[in-house]
Design a protein around this ligand. Structure first.
Ligand code: FAQ
Length: 343
């Protein structure tokens, strides 16, 4: 989802000996005080704001996560954007346009939040366009028919909300505040997808079969969206120590499964997992094996649509160069005029 180049050593050599309470080594007395104040704020569940001191590794972790999140929102516009011109009614078309536009807005809030950490938008976009930065695996799968658009709303936005609600309590202020609005909008997105599917499920046998087929194709990909199992998640421990991540990948995945099973029942679709069943002892659903080889192949650039998605983003960036240049020239002209008037 993001670049290895954003992945910096966190300086926590002692992590293993002292567990998650380890802190990066301070370089000098002044840094030690700053580090202690930072740790105290994190331990008290406080917020860190842009101009405040923070360990370099915390800053870089945030840039990595927030920029990948921003890229995901922007690339995530593409699978659904393909359907704006083919939506089945004016009502569905206006809803879809609004949704895709919301995703652009989310990307912009998130790029802005990441910029407060001292990384420019150009740097982040360059990392995306050169394939160094990653974005969510889920957007490398195709939306083959209209039912896919409903399923993306129901399941992909549903998984995104599950992951993002805890981020409203993230320790970094600008990210947490951006997520409050993002989650409200994602919640609308999820409902509109579910409602579109409910309508299709009241339609013809062919429409019902389309919905089931789309659910079959997206279900496992959505479970993988939460990231690798906790045991194989290299960033989780430090992310949780810093109050960036609040709930682990596996726990979020479990919550998503438990929340989605009753929704599938109401909808009248089957989730494509023969091992999915309620476990009375755990008070949660058991579910089958996720294909992690497929997940990693997709993350590493070899999913069905990786090249197409990146190609579309690079083309949009290049095609928009004249707009950015014109806006810049206009701003410069205005500034010169204002300076002349003030002189
Ligand atoms: N895809 O150690 P962890 C949306 C990578 S927005 C690709 O567990 P971490 C809205 C991970 O980067 C969806 N790569 O990492 C929408 C790391 O690689 P690295 C995006 C993945 O950071 C809806 C490696 O695996 N949401 O859907 C994925 O602790 C509809 C090891 O993983 C966010 O970005 C993946 N799925 O946890 C828009 C939320 N998962 O960097 C349009 C914010 C993991 O070491 C239409 N992000 N990797 O090379 C997060 O919560 C976290 O970053 C996680 C990953 C949970 C995604």
């Amino acid at each position: 989802m993001y670049t290895q180049s954003f992945s910096v050593p966190d300086g926590t050599e002692d992590v293993k000996s002292v567990g998650l309470k380890a802190i990066p080594k301070a370089l000098n007395a002044q840094d030690a005080d700053l580090q202690a104040a930072f740790d105290a704020r994190i331990d008290a569940d406080g917020r860190i704001e842009p101009r405040e001191w923070m360990p370099e590794a915390y800053r870089k972790t945030l840039v990595r996560q927030i920029s990948q999140h921003a890229h995901s929102e922007i690339v995530g516009m593409l699978p659904e954007g393909n359907w704006v011109s083919r939506a089945p009614s004016l009502k569905r078309k206006t809803i879809l346009i609004a949704k895709v536009q919301d995703e652009a807005g989310h990307g912009l809030y998130l790029y802005s939040a990441a910029e407060t950490l001292g990384t420019s938008r150009d740097q982040m976009l360059d990392a995306l366009h050169t394939g160094k930065a990653k974005y969510s695996s889920i957007f490398n799968y195709p939306t083959l028919n209209w039912a896919d658009v409903g399923v993306v709303g129901w399941l992909v936005d549903g998984a995104a909300i599950m992951n993002q609600v805890p981020l409203c309590r993230c320790s970094y202020g600008p990210y947490a505040r951006a997520m409050v609005r993002v989650c409200k909008e994602e919640s609308f997105h999820q409902r509109q997808g579910y409602e579109a599917l409910l309508v299709m499920m009241q339609g013809t046998a062919e429409q019902k079969a389309m919905v089931q087929d789309a659910v079959n194709r997206w279900w496992w990909k959505c479970l993988a969206m939460f990231g690798p199992p906790d045991a194989d998640s290299p960033n989780s421990a430090q992310g949780m120590r810093w109050g960036i991540k609040r709930i682990s990948n596996d726990d979020l995945r479990q919550k998503f499964v438990d929340a989605t099973v009753p929704q599938a029942k109401v909808l009248g679709v089957t989730l494509p997992d023969p091992d999915l069943k309620w476990n009375e002892a755990r008070q949660a659903h058991d579910y089958g094996q996720i294909d992690w080889d497929e997940f990693w192949a997709t993350v590493n650039g070899n999913g069905p649509c990786n090249k197409e998605r990146l190609g579309a983003r690079v083309k949009a960036w290049n095609d928009g160069a004249w707009v950015r240049e014109a806006a810049l020239a206009h701003a410069q002209k205005q500034q010169q005029r204002q300076m002349k008037e003030a002189a």
